[in-house]
Design a protein around this ligand. Sequence first.
Ligand code: SAM
Length: 310
Amino acid sequence: MKHPLHDLRAVRKLIQEHQFFVKKGYGQNFLTDGVVLDLIVDAAGERLTGDDRPLAALEIGPGLGTLTEALAESGFSHVVSIEKDAQLIPVLAETLAGHSHVTILQADALEIDFAQLPFVDGHALRIVANLPYYVTTPILMRILESELPYDRAVFMVQREVAERMVATPGGKDYGALSVAVQYYCRGALVCVVPPEAFFPPPTVESAVIVLDRKKEHVVSEALRPMFFRVVRAAFAVRRKTLANALATHFGDKAFVRSCLEDAMIDPVRRGETLTLEEFARLAVACSARSVHAGGDKSEIHESFKGRDVD
Ligand code: SAM
């Protein structure tokens, strides 16, 4: 008889039968809580207003196939899952046998070309993952910055990271990650998940978060590099006033003062008090002034590239 995969005994048995060694280094904490599993699947499968397309899912890190199986059995017509650990592929072949609408790809979510994934046209795409915590931010940013045509993402992440993702201006959790996530999505915390909901239990609390992709952004595509350059500079030194933090980054106090004035932002404020709209005004002002001064947009872009938003 087939046991539900989220059952702790079934997970232990599966691991034993396949002589599988759980790899901490891959962030392997397998979900063993059926209630949390249902909350993730329900959020992922929720119909968004006015959209009756069939649903497809992209899952990062299927592990033993617990979430994959639940998605496949809850109305998703296609599930594509990307697993880095080659040793899990035979396990997944067993646990997902009979689910012909599931495709497992052995690949690194940080390297795979999302454009090459075997998606089917005409579906609403949901991204679903119990993310490996050691690479949460890079995977998250790669998805947010991608052209993937998803309308909703549901992630299990470390609680502290989830709180930073949805934090509002003025609080201690509000930082570059909050602005980056909220630039692309509207986020909401679904639930906090204790370590006992996993095998093996992680050392920290987790949380499920829903991110609904925004159709419009606060700045145009051309201004995006400057927007993130300003955000990074503003949060680089939290204790400094905005004027000083930006001057440290841009190396020109007068330029920064003029940009803040154009954007109607008080120079003595601190970065963590600025809303997305204020960062957008500042980016517009900085871009306009640097273009007048002969600034090169490609240079601006290069200066942001390769840095981890955290
Ligand atoms: N989805 C399963 C669950 O909920 O029980 C497993 C989640 S576990 C927290 C994270 C999974 O991501 C592991 O299976 C791990 O091997 C996989 N993983 C780690 N790094 C990855 C990467 N860079 N790309 C794809 N998968 C990765």
